[in-house]
Design a protein around this ligand. Structure first.
Ligand SMILES: [Zn+2]
Length: 261
């Protein structure tokens, strides 16, 4: 190669004129630096992101700027500290919030989304009731011990969480209706399965996914993660909240650091 051309090419590289193209203009990812971000995704999901990385990054962007507590991973391996308690808990009172028990509390920051969901259900002629919401670490400890004493430890582990591992401690979870498997077949249960996501509520423990979530099907247990998170969960994560929160917990900080200001 002509020496002058080599000098020009080296100069261009130093000046960044010859840099690898960015996957998306909003992030500092090149194809090479983006690949490790999605490497651990289960295969059908990884392939879909690989096919449209820009679409994925564009859809994911709002999840990086929303409140971090919305997608915090709480499961059998990732516990909340015993002293974690949201500082904006408010009581859920009838008639706006038809609670089946007294003393239900939920985070004020997301209360409007809950009332919007209940309003929409009401307009369809449905009576969606609330059976459980925030639980403190200490309350969950008692609850789990009671279940374990009644059904044995192994069985209790399948439907109840040890303290610190319950999403209820977040103050963003609602158990709707009867809290029984039959709830799935009621008009209210079916309406929630179809529409809760439009209000930002995600089903945490879907049918047939015990190997992934650690829990049996709970058609009544919904966690508020935000409307955009629900859309991303559905489009990119096989509608599995567990996959989304696992990904967000490991790669959310990486994506956020790569986001251009
Ligand atoms: Zn629950």
């Amino acid at each position: 190669m002509h020496r002058a051309l080599i000098v020009v090419l080296l100069g261009a590289q130093v000046l960044g004129l010859w840099a690898a193209p960015l996957v998306d203009p909003s992030y500092r990812f090149t194809a090479e630096t983006f690949a490790p971000v999605i490497a651990a995704l289960p295969e059908p999901l990884r392939a879909a992101v690989q096919a449209d990385p820009q679409g994925f990054l564009r859809d994911y962007k709002p999840l990086l700027t929303q409140s971090a507590d919305l997608l915090v991973l709480v499961d059998k391996k990732n516990e909340l500290p015993s002293d974690y308690e949201p500082d904006d808990l408010v009581s859920l009172r009838a008639p706006v919030f038809p609670a089946n028990h007294g003393g239900l509390k939920f985070r004020k920051a997301y209360l409007k989304s809950l009332s919007a969901l209940l309003d929409a259900a009401k307009k369809e002629g449905l009576k969606v009731t609330l059976s459980s919401s925030y639980r403190s670490w200490a309350y969950q400890k008692d609850l789990f011990q009671r279940y374990a004493a009644k059904d044995g430890l192994a069985t209790a582990e399948r439907y109840s969480a040890r303290p610190g591992r319950s999403q209820h401690q977040l103050g963003t979870v609602i158990d709707f209706g009867s809290v029984t498997p039959e709830f799935a077949d009621t008009p209210e249960g079916q309406w929630l399965a179809a529409h809760a996501g439009a209000f930002g509520f995600s089903l945490s423990y879907p049918d047939g996914k015990e190997d992934l979530t650690g829990y049996v099907y709970e058609p009544w247990h919904f966690r508020y993660i935000g409307v955009q998170s629900c859309a991303v969960q559905k489009k990119w994560f096989g509608d599995m909240q567990q996959w989304l929160t696992e990904f967000h917990s490991s790669q959310g900080p990486v994506l956020k650091a790569a986001l251009k200001k």
